[in-house]
Write a protein that binds this ligand. Structure first.
Ligand SMILES: [Zn+2]
Length: 271
């Protein structure tokens, strides 16, 4: 599932190519994927709309429309948002929604497994993704993170994955940040020392920023808005590296299961 760096990369790519474009034609071939408020026809409402901006909130891509409406997109497991320049012969494979722009270019929402959603929100409709703090925002300070863990009995990795606390960190970056900070994934959150919490705060931001720099991690289906794979899979320290030597201490990486999620870590240097 795409996490913050992948969604951020897609949003930045889209901002470059769809901002200012006018939607001339909307084709929906899988009704459940296009969600609109009751009584609103998704395709009809979008025709004639201009895209004012593209950005990200949590793991959602948000297209701001000139009328004040918003389109939010969650890619879930296998969703892809692909921009097509004018003259594309056919929609991207498995496209269920295609927004055709007045200049002949278009935006395809493709999803093999059909769990993704594109949701239309009316101007002023309340919407707050998942509610957690953005880990790259100024609000996510070291002090704020240190106190977030007070009194939390859940394993630290499970805490990191809970989108109510921090938005956009999923399995890959939780594993990587815990390795970088030298913390066992199953340590109870409240038992993580203050210095270790500060290290983890820095590691979360560091791993997310480095992945954005590399345009995300392509271990599953993720591709950016141009259909290109990311590069951070070549920089992973633990995720998916079962049996390979730890880059820091040489101990073979193990895989355990925590909160029903595969968890890669080093018994040698994560305490
Ligand atoms: Zn190690």
């Amino acid at each position: 599932m795409p996490e913050l760096p992948e969604v951020e990369t897609i949003a930045r790519g889209l901002a470059n190519v769809v901002t200012g474009k006018t939607i001339a034609d909307v084709r929906v071939t899988m009704a459940k994927i296009a969600v609109a408020p009751p009584g609103v026809n998704f395709a009809r409402a979008l025709r004639g709309e201009r895209i004012a901006a593209a950005g990200r909130r949590a793991k959602f891509i948000v297209l701001e429309l000139a009328s004040g409406r918003r389109l939010t997109v969650h890619l879930r497991m296998t969703g892809r948002l692909i921009f097509q320049a004018a003259g594309a012969a056919a929609p991207y494979p498995y496209t269920h929604i295609r927004l055709g722009f007045s200049d002949g270019s278009g935006l395809c929402f493709a999803d093999v497994r059909q769990f993704g959603r594109m949701r239309l929100l009316e101007a002023g409709d309340p919407w707050d993704a998942d509610g957690g703090v953005e880990p790259l925002s100024e609000a996510f300070t070291s002090e704020a993170f240190v106190s977030m863990l007070d009194g939390r009995r859940t394993p630290i990795k499970t805490f990191l994955l809970d989108q109510k606390h921090i938005s956009g960190v999923g399995n890959i970056y939780a594993c990587e940040a815990l390795w970088e900070a030298g913390i066992r994934p199953n340590r109870r959150s409240q038992k993580v020392s203050k210095p270790a919490r500060r290290r983890l705060h820095g590691a979360i931001r560091d791993v997310l920023l480095r992945s954005i720099e590399a345009r995300g991690t392509s271990v599953d289906d993720y591709v950016d808005a141009e259909g290109l794979k990311g590069g951070f899979q070549n920089q992973l320290s633990v995720y998916g590296r079962l049996g390979q030597p730890c880059n820091r201490c040489g101990t073979p990486i193990v895989r355990t299961v925590l909160g029903q999620r595969g968890t890669w870590w080093c018994r040698g240097c994560q305490k």
